[in-house]
Design a binder for this molecule. Structure first.
Ligand code: HEM
Length: 357
């Protein structure tokens, strides 16, 4: 058997074992949603990401972040993928996303491959969610059965992106509240922040911590002094600000529990990271300790919280649409075309065997 196919098959088995523990998660989503209409889906996504990760080891992190930035803004509906047009005010130009979103082209590449195998069947929201799940496995993280059956939005919301996405200088109270707004708990916050175990951040997003924390003229006292020097070296004062620094100085491209031991060592990169461990009396400190001591516990909770995040505000059934291109909503058919379409439509079959319609 082709080694890639073998890996993909193994991945599915692993995912079934692990995913079974946390399924069902959302009555309308189902990991086998495309088993009739696009049985090759997992293999196609896995194969492309496997290749991409070899040449661009940061990409799995970027895709997990893209999924998070989708889900926190009107749900996991691929709204973040929509480009600016006359009618779309794109989320890609919201402050947390400007010059910061990676992976849009990879999602398009996957969509093209999926369309040629199973035209008009698989939503961009599902492709993005599945890509995030497979990115976890490809970087040493846990696997799970990704619930599927999302549909794509007809709209984007830049205002909501600016409002809902948490900022790097958020206090613990602000972080908890941003997550609670999405139906996510403190445990979800700590588990999902573990995604900062890989990927990069630009200097200007945390450089206040290095030179002038809270207008004190001094560095953040919760930063380890040796790590402070390393960061000051990578992010010179009054420098350009867009240098990129690894979130995890120990294993920069691996999804592991080191994020939590870094926090214990006062080596959290963003203020929002270190807050989870260093806020006096916080209930999050014990969770950080438990994950730092036990990767299994972290993986179990990460898997659970990723599935939960993937369920936020999903469109199902006849809601939204299956986009033909992930960056644009489908063009509306003229009424004469609609009449013909009504006769030949296969839309009721779009949901596959386990359609929720
Ligand atoms: C808890 C609140 C969070 C805050 C304040 C936050 C903030 C940030 C910031 C400022 C960056 C750097 C962006 C840049 O340099 O342009 C970043 C990167 C990243 N974030 Fe978060 N984030 C949070 C939660 C999450 C969650 C929930 C996930 C996913 C489950 C996530 C995954 C990532 C990843 C993987 C990167 C690196 C992406 C790359 O290298 O392309 N973050 N985050």
């Amino acid at each position: 058997m082709n080694p890639l196919r073998l890996i993909a098959t193994a991945l599915c088995c692993v995912a079934i074992v692990f995913g079974g523990l946390t399924f069902p998660s959302n009555a309308q989503l189902n990991p086998f949603f495309y088993s009739q209409t696009c049985p090759q889906l997992h293999y196609i996504v896995y194969q492309i990401l496997f290749k991409v990760a070899k040449t661009d080891p940061r990409m799995p992190a970027s895709l997990i972040r893209l999924h998070f930035h989708d889900c926190f803004v009107q749900g996991c509906d691929a709204s973040v993928l929509l480009n600016k047009t006359d009618t779309i005010v794109t989320e890609q130009e919201a402050f947390p996303n400007i010059n910061s979103l990676r992976g849009l082209d990879i999602i398009n590449q996957i969509k093209t491959a999926v369309e040629s195998a199973c035209p008009n069947k698989v939503s961009c929201a599902d492709i993005l969610t599945l890509s995030a799940g497979i990115s976890s496995v490809l970087t040493g993280g846990p696997g799970w059965l990704v619930p599927l059956g999302r549909r794509d939005s007809l709209t984007a919301n830049q205002t909501l992106a600016n409002q809902n996405l948490p900022g790097p200088s958020f206090s613990l109270t602000e972080l908890k509240s941003a997550f609670a707004d999405q139906g996510l708990t403190t445990l979800d916050l700590v588990s999902l922040s573990g995604a900062h175990t890989f990927g990069r951040s630009r200097c200007f997003l945390f450089s206040d911590r290095l030179y002038n924390f809270s207008n004190t003229g001094k560095p953040d006292p919760t930063l380890d002094p040796a790590y402070l020097l390393v960061l000051q070296n990578q992010c010179p004062q009054n420098g350009p600000g867009d240098n990129r620094v690894n979130f995890d100085p120990t294993t920069p491209d691996i999804l592991d529990k080191n994020y939590y031991s870094n926090l214990q060592d006062k080596k959290g990169l963003l203020q929002s990271d270190q807050e989870l461990f260093s806020t006096p009396g916080a209930d999050t400190t014990a969770i950080v300790d438990s994950f730092a001591n036990n990767q299994k516990a972290f993986f179990k909770n990460f898997r659970k919280s990723m599935i939960k995040m993937g369920n936020i505000g999903v469109l199902t059934g006849k809601q939204g649409e299956i986009r033909k291109q992930c960056n644009f909503v489908n063009t509306k058919k003229k009424s004469s075309e609609l009449d013909i379409a009504a006769v030949t439509s296969t839309e009721s079959f779009e949901g596959g065997v386990v359609s929720s319609i």
